[in-house]
Structure formats: structure tokens, C-alpha cells
Design a binder for this molecule. Structure first.
Ligand code: G6P
Length: 608
């Protein structure tokens, strides 16, 4: 949802800003721009489309000179994606330049006020309003000016600001959108995400909401909203540069699919010791665990589907009722949660605006919030009572793969942990289950190896304008994620349906040649799912079946079959989703789609 970068140092800023923007392109990619300043003049270049257009326009930054600058890659909220609406924005007097990620909610009111004072607006953005507000308030004291403007704006944002009168510094601020400061030697940085910083430094500062900072080449001063300096700890980033590069794969998505065995292993192994699941990081006390009456899982997109998949195992092992809810719904339905509710928040990025709002709502009602997050130091990880990290490494492709499977793995581990703590399963059973979870990385690898023909199947079925995923029980949860993957990157319409529900209306859409992907890996209900397969076949559908290795019955019903390895039946999901991820990937590839950066999407959705 827009990426911002900033640089203050001794080197030419523009090439550094462009490199940083390339790593942030997953956040938005409809237009981009950079501004650098030299000798009291701000130079700015913007270009519609992907960052490569901006690189071409500036000869990879060589045309812009100055050692201080800010850059932006945009996911449009206010105004169409074009050169004018792209960031940075300059104030009327060209004294200030700003880049922003987020939304200034009261921009219309401010725009009116500034118009009355004679300011002219060239773009439709909320951001151009704020850069002029800075100019209006400017009294020669930059810190005071920034504070005054921040006190006047409302919304959820992160900004980086330059002023032509202060050629050696930038000011940044955050309130609800991510912003990280990078500490170099004689140079300092800021960015929306550590992936833009790791090639320069691993020493970072996470600033908090309502804080702002003044960055020069040699100093970083963080202030609270009253302008009082605050001491911030310096954190070490553990991700390396290679983790944020494609490493020989055509797309980040394929690389990340292939990385899943490693990501699962990194997530699972440190938590299983001597046949038991341990979470050394958890602060939840035994007393709190015994006081849990209900678990609510809230998230968005694939993280929500991970929650739906984990719910089956949590309920089965702990016998505690589990609700799942979309974060964007939960926050507005006056949910019934209290101090006996364990709220599980799932988010790869840890920055999704709706998820953060849902978490705050639950906390305010007294629930204990446990988050499952991939990005260390992200907003959700810092605001929750407890956090369990997925150790998937940076995920760059917009469509999540290893983020999702590691989230499911954490839910499995937590289900076993909680069930043992509550005495719902014996130590011996818990040990057996923990061992089975440690087998998931290799089983997931087999799910990859077993399906070399997926590229061919994708070629065969890529023309279907609309298709169905059906399944029962946890297979249904996997259907939802499989369908979302296909929609996100191939733009084919698909619906995920509980197999038994199809006949209540939707079967009217089944006609000759319609593709139905039938997931039948949950074997206790295999026969029932097969009955539904027969129903759609009788109406002319073609069926691509997904079943466990060794299941012969599926071949009698399905036109084509994908098999997945046998795992403990409770823990099928990571291996089961893999062929659907690959199917979506190859369909998108065959149809020439932009796989890592699908149209209209952004990886980190920091607006409501
Ligand atoms: C966006 C992405 C999805 C992701 C969702 C939740 O919509 O396109 O792939 O699942 O956000 O993101 P989170 O970072 O909270 O897991």
C-alpha cells in the first residue's frame, strides 16, 4: 500500500532511492517518483507505471544530483494513477517535498482552508494538501513546522519530508503505517520495510505511532508528539539480501513456493523439543490458558483462510469453541469478547490496517491478543500481548504462499501446546502429534515433487473463464485459499464452495465443460465428496480431483488427478495447498499475467 524511502548521506541519493523502491514495489506499482535536493533546490521526477519507467526516465537516477532525497511507489487511493498524482508532491513555493503512505482523512477540510489562502492544487491527492500545509505553517523552524502540521492532520500514514532550506536532513513521521529507520556509516535511511534497507545496513530503529524523527547523515533523533526526544533501541535485522532476491527463479512467487519446506522447518523445529511443543516467547500464564472460554481468529485474505484451516485442529484438540472472522467485519460488529477470550490475530506483514483495528477492538474489550506474524517489529507484533513469529523470511510476491503455510503450521503447534497444557491430550499423544508436525517440511517437499505435471494441467485448463473449488471440512478451508490464489494472479473467476452446499443453488451454474476442482483429502468424508463430484459430472462438469497418495477411488470419478502425500490427517493443509499454489502460478504464467505484482492489488494493505 505505497512504499516510501528516504536517504541522507554522502552518495548520490537517486540511484539508492530507486534501488530501495524496487524492493518495495510489491506495496504498490501504479506510479513512482523521487525527489532529491541540491543547493537549496528540489529536483523531482515522476513516472506512471512500474518503477522501471522511472528508472528509464532518470537513466537509473544518473540524471538527478543530490545526496538527500525521498522516493515513493504508489498504490492509488486518491486520484487515478498518473504522473500528476504520483508522489513526491511539492508545495506551491517548491520549498517542501513529501512522500506519503496512507490516508489523511481530513484532507478535504484542509484543502478548503488552503484554497482560501490562495494555494493551488495540481493533483487529486490528499498528500499534496499536507505538503502545502507545511509551507503555510513554515516559520523557519522545521521541527516546529512539522509538529504543527502533524497536530492538524488526521488519519493513518507514514511520511518523509524534505525542505529546501535544510539541505542536510529529512523529517519522517508515522501514525498507523509502517516506517523503519536504517543506521549506516555516515549515511542514514528510512523505508516502509526492512527489505529496502538490508543491502545497506542491518541496524534499524522501529519508530512508534505518533512519533517523528529528524534524520541527518550522522544523526537520527526520534521525538514523541510533544517534540521531546525519545531513546529508541537499535534492533538487528536477521534477513539477508539474498532472501529478498529472486535467486534464479522467474518469479518471487515460484521461489517462495519452493522455499516452503525450509520456511516450515525454520518455523517448526525450534518449537519442538524432547517430543513436546514449547513456545518460549509466550507470556500467557497457565492460569490464563485455563481461563480461555473461547478463541476468536481474525485476519484478512489468506491469513484469514489460514485461520479457517487451523480452526479445525484447534477445536478438535482443545475442545474450545473457535470463531473465525474477517478483520474488516469483526471491527464493526460489536463482537462478544472478554477477558476469557483468546484473540488470535494472523498477519504476514503485521501491518494490515483492518487487522490492526480488529486487534485494538479486542484488546479494548479485555481479550488477550496472541498474534502470528512474519515481520519482526511490525505494528501488530508490537501491539499484541503475545507474538509467535513465523520464520518464513521476507515474502515479496503479492500472493502469499510460504506466509500462509507457516501460519497454518503455527496454529497446529499452538493447538497441540494448548491441548496438552489443558490436559485434553496426554503427554504421549502430544509428543506423537509434535513429531508428526516436524514431518511437514519433507511432506510439503513431496507435494512439490509429486506434481511435475501441474504445468501441463494448467495449460489444459487455463481457458476456463469461471470454475469451482469444492471440498468438505478442512478441504473446504483449503478450497478458499486455492480459489483466492487463482483469482489473485490469473484473474480467472472461481468460487470456493463447501461441497455439500453446491446443490443449494450454485449447481445451476454447472454446465458442459465447467471445471470443478474437487478436494477430497479429508478421507472421513471422501465418499460424501465423491457423491458431490458425481452430481457435477452428471451435469457435464470436468473434474480435477485432489486426493491422498494411494487413493485409487478418485481415478474413477475425476478427469485428472493431483495427489498429495499422506500426513497425519489432522495436518494435511500445507501439503494440500501446494499443488493449488502451483496450479494458480502456471495458469497465470500461461495466460501471460503479471504474477508477482497482480493488477489492482498490494501486498500490505495499510488502508481500510
Ligand atoms: C493483502 C494481500 C493478501 C494477504 C492480505 C493479508 O490483501 O494481497 O495476500 O493475505 O493482504 O495480509 P497480511 O499481511 O495481514 O497477512
Amino acid at each position: 500500500m505505497c512504499g516510501i524511502v528516504g536517504y541522507v548521506g554522502q552518495q548520490e541519493a537517486a540511484p539508492i532511492l530507486l534501488e530501495g523502491l524496487k524492493t518495495l514495489e510489491y506495496r504498490g506499482y501504479d506510479s513512482a517518483g523521487v525527489a532529491v535536493q541540491r543547493n537549496g533546490v528540489i529536483h523531482m521526477v515522476k513516472a506512471q507505471g512500474m518503477i522501471r519507467n522511472l528508472c528509464e526516465k532518470t537513466r537509473d537516477g544518473a540524471d538527478l544530483h543530490g545526496t538527500v532525497g525521498v522516493g515513493h511507489t504508489r498504490w492509488a487511493t486518491h486520484g487515478a494513477p498518473n504522473d500528476t498524482n504520483a508522489h513526491p508532491h511539492l508545495s506551491n513555493g517548491e520549498k517542501f517535498a513529501i512522500v506519503q503512505n496512507g490516508i489523511f482523512e481530513n484532507y478535504l477540510e484542509l484543502r478548503e482552508l488552503l484554497t482560501e489562502k490562495g494555494y493551488v492544487f495540481h493533483s487529486e491527492t490528499d498528500t499534496e494538501v499536507v505538503v502545502n500545509l507545511l509551507e503555510l505553517y513554515y516559520n523557519g523552524d522545521l521541527k516546529e513546522t512539522v509538529m504543527k502540521a502533524l497536530a492538524r492532520v488526521q488519519g493513518s500514514y507514514a511520511i518523509a519530508v524534505m525542505c529546501a532550506d535544510f539541505p542536510d536532513r529529512i523529517f519522517v513521521a508515522r501514525n498507523g503505517a509502517p516506517l523503519i529507520l536504517g543506521i549506516g556509516a555516515g549515511e542514514n535511511f528510512c523505508a516502509s520495510d526492512v527489505t529496502a534497507l538490508v543491502s545497506h545496513t542491518k541496524n534499524v530503529i522501529y519508530i512508534d505511532d505518533a512519533e517523528f524523527a529528524e534524520i541527518t547523515a550522522r544523526t537520527i533523533t526520534v521525538y514523541d508528539s510533544t517534540g521531546t526526544p525519545v531513546q529508541k533501541p537499535i534492533a538487528r535485522v536477521t534477513w539477508d539480501v539474498e532472501a529478498a532476491e529472486k535467486g534464479g527463479y522467474d518469479h518471487f512467487m515460484l521461489k517462495e513456493i519452493m522455499e516452503q519446506p525450509r520456511a516450515l522447518k525454520a518455523t517448526i523445529d525450534p518449537r519442538v523439543k524432547d517430543g513436546h511443543v514449547f513456545f518460549e516467547e509466550l507470556k500467557l500464564t497457565e492460569e490464563q490458558l485455563h481461563g480461555i472460554h473461547k478463541i476468536v481468529i481474525t485476519a484478512c485474505g489468506s491469513a484469514y483462510y489460514a485461520g479457517q484451516a487451523g480452526r479445525y485442529v484447534l477445536e478438535q484438540l482443545t475442545r474450545i469453541p473457535v470463531e473465525t472472522d474477517l478483520a474488516s467485519e469483526f471491527r464493526y460488529r460489536d463482537p462478544i469478547v472478554d477477558e476469557h477470550t483468546l484473540m488470535i490475530i494472523i498477519s504476514q506483514s503485521g501491518e494490515t490496517a483492518d487487522t490492526i483495528a480488529a486487534m485494538k477492538e479486542a484488546k479494548a474489550k479485555g481479550a488477550h491478543v496472541l498474534s502470528i506474524v512474519n515481520v519482526v517489529g511490525s505494528t501488530i507484533s508490537r501491539l499484541s500481548d503475545d507474538v509467535i513469529y513465523t520464520w518464513a523470511g521476507p515474502e515479496i510476491a503479492v500472493a502469499t504462499t510460504k506466509g500462509y503455510t507457516t501460519q497454518v503450521a503455527v496454529l497446529y503447534l499452538f493447538a497441540v501446546y494448548l491441548a496438552e497444557k489443558l490436559g485434553r491430550i496426554s503427554g504421549e499423544e502430544a509428543g506423537k502429534l509434535a513429531d508428526d508436525i516436524t514431518l511437514l517440511p519433507q511432506q510439503l517437499q513431496r507435494a512439490i515433487d509429486l506434481n511435475p505435471k501441474l504445468e501441463k494441467l494448467a495449460e489444459k485448463y487455463r481457458d476456463n473463464p469461471s470454475l469451482f473449488f469444492i471440498g468438505r471440512n478442512v478441504d473446504y478451508a483449503v478450497c478458499m485459499e486455492g480459489s483466492l490464489k487463482l483469482k489473485e494472479i490469473s484473474y480467472l473467476h472461481s468460487e470456493a464452495y463447501a461441497a455439500g452446499e453446491l446443490k443449494h443453488g450454485t449447481i445451476a451454474l454447472i454446465d458442459e465443460g465447467r471445471l470443478v476442482i474437487a478436494l477430497a483429502c479429508y478421507e472421513p468424508l471422501f465418499d460424501k465428496t465423491m457423491s458431490n463430484v458425481k452430481e457435477v459430472k452428471a451435469r457435464g462438469a470436468r473434474v480435477l480431483g485432489v486426493a491422498l497418495e494411494g487413493n485409487r477411488a478418485i481415478y474413477t470419478e475425476a478427469d485428472d488427478v493431483i495427489v498429495i502425500p499422506r500426513t497425519n490427517p489432522l495436518f494435511n493443509v500445507p501439503a494440500e495447498i501446494v499443488p493449488l499454489q502451483l496450479f494458480a502460478y502456471y495458469v497465470a504464467k500461461a495466460n501471460g499475467c503479471s504474477i508477482d505484482k497482480p493488477k489492482n492489488l498490494a501486498k500490505s494493505v495499510t488502508v481500510e
